[in-house]
Write a protein that binds this ligand. Structure first.
Ligand code: ARG
Length: 272
């Protein structure tokens, strides 16, 4: 019996020694991880860009990849800064908050510079111009924004949530004494245009270049000839992140000056 106990104890001792060895093995793994982390820092730093990738030709999917004017301008900026670009596709409505809290380094999403947004984030120089346009069915009786805002008119409108199209028309509807219920806020421009195609709304207010892409991709829709609002697009940063903003702005200035930005825009927007 004593012999058996001795053997059991011996086994237990061997087991604990090998466990210790295993633990130190783990320690080795840890130090390898630390080395990895070390070599990571010698690799390129990552520049994360938050966008909403349903906004052609600024950002949209080609297969799994997000391409477009913003994606290419951001890549050119990252190359200049010797950084690795990572594009994250989120709801448009969440971009500013994500940038403010530092979850993303910058927001680039055909985003219009507005005084209200400037209270939450800082903007780079503008790199492109946008126009809020109105899409209607081909046989619509609506011919201008004045028709939409006319006294007694009760048109149902589709917009992308929290975009300037949404903000401007909501203000104008309120000023005209019209019900906010007439405006439906969709998560993406695609959804708003789909609702227009199926007659759920009478018109969609959205940026002109995406409007052109959407109208080209669906039948029976047209863009009104009138401009609703003209705007500037820029990249946004957290207010305390002036270091990055200045770096990105410096790169952007060079890319505008040497014609890179223009050639990227021309590649995606063909002159009519
Ligand atoms: N220019 C408009 C705005 O800033 C719409 C931008 C929507 N962008 C997008 N990627 N979905 O409010």
């Amino acid at each position: 019996m004593k012999k058996i106990l001795a053997i059991v104890l011996a086994i237990a001792m061997i087991a604990s020694v090998s466990m210790l060895a295993a633990c130190s093995g783990k320690g080795d793994t840890k130090s390898t991880a630390a080395e990895d982390a070390k070599s990571d820092t010698t690799e390129k730093a990552t520049l994360t860009m938050a966008t909403n990738a349903y906004f052609p030709p600024y950002e949209y999917y080609e297969g799994e990849k997000i391409i477009g004017i913003d994606a290419e301008v951001a890549q050119a900026i990252a190359d200049k800064l010797d950084m690795k670009l990572e594009i994250v596709d989120i709801e448009f409505d969440s971009i500013i908050a994500g940038v403010q809290t530092g979850k993303y380094d910058m927001g680039m999403a055909g985003m219009t510079v507005t005084d209200e947004r400037k209270q939450s984030v800082d903007f780079s120089d503008s790199y492109a111009k946008g126009i809020q346009s109105i899409i209607v069915p081909e046989d619509s009786e609506i011919t201008s924004i004045d028709d939409i805002l006319a006294e007694g008119a009760e048109y149902k409108l589709g917009v992308q949530l929290s975009t300037t199209g949404d903000l401007y028309i909501s203000d104008d509807y309120e000023a005209a004494g019209k019900s906010a219920d007439l405006i439906t806020e969709f998560q993406t421009g695609n959804d708003a245009v789909a609702a227009l195609s199926t007659g759920k709304v009478d018109a969609v207010i959205i940026d002109n270049e995406p409007a052109k892409s959407y109208v080209a991709a669906s039948s029976g829709l047209k863009i009104l000839d009138t401009e609703y609002v003209a705007e500037d697009y820029a990249i946004c940063f957290a207010k305390d992140n002036t270091e990055l903003k200045d770096k990105v702005n410096g790169a952007l200035k060079e890319l505008i000056a040497d014609g890179t930005v223009k050639s990227i825009i021309d590649k995606y927007i063909k002159a009519e």
